[in-house]
Design a protein around this ligand. Sequence first.
Ligand SMILES: [Zn+2]
Length: 327
Amino acid sequence: MTRRSETLRAIGMAATVLEQSRHCVRTSFDIIGAVAERNVPLLFRPLDKLWGAFITVNDEARGIIVTTKLGLPVQRFTVAHELGHLLLGHRSSLDETVGFAGRNAPASRPAEEAAADTFASELLAPKQLLRASAKRHGWTRAKLHDPAHIYQLSLRLGISYQAACWALATADVLERAEAERLQSTPVKPLKQAVAPAVPMPNPWADVWALTEADSGTSLEAGPDDIFAVQVQDHASAGYIWRLVDANAESELLGERAPDLLRGYGAPTARVLYVRFRAAGVHQLVFEHIRPWSRATLSRIEIDIDGHGKERDGWARRARLDALGHAA
Ligand SMILES: [Zn+2]
């Protein structure tokens, strides 16, 4: 089988898996669910030398192992890469790393590895998910050349910044050479640009720039991530946005004042910084209200799974399902 036909097979297989998957309000593809639906054992272990492995014994016993030492976006990409090996009928594979470039992988990458990379990229960053996030946030093709927007896109898709750069090349938004250049942009300044002035307790955490456009979505985030929510107060009509703290899990870290140069009475933008005190499933709710009458103009409601990366053992969802069945 030629390299090209193997890549085409990977693209076709990713499209099939996407068609078979349930669509929901998640902004990212549910890779853990896709593996579970196929009854493939998936285990997380503190592997030092491997990102992941696909293991098959006599075509009968098959399973996937992924390291706990990397962050959620890389774990997700590695799970997808190993699922690619499995569905494409490859032999066992011990992966010291995986490639984010997908169909843009360098020629030096072995054909089966490039195919598994391609499968992962096409599954986690398909055109329909790219388009959905871009449309929601008004990220035009021109805006998607800006690393700040690519970083925010990568958070919504649950993939690394580098993987998002390559996915945009696959979608013909970026030229290959531009993707190559942009993917080496350091991510830290992209976070700092939207982070609060106070130092972040965990410098590895992500900073989500959220707006009303994120309302109604379901995001998968890390336990220490910070949510920078931009709101427009219609102050002249007496309306202000406020955080609705339903269960005291959310904490307002502060806010950035409105732009003082705007005319008096005009809608003014503020950024409110929020984090959650504990890992878990949260709802981020803001109301645009008149404080004295409690009249509500609009609401922002965002579901956030803030567990972050998978820990040692079976996937978190599999453990919860097992507990549910036992109860
Ligand atoms: Zn591999």
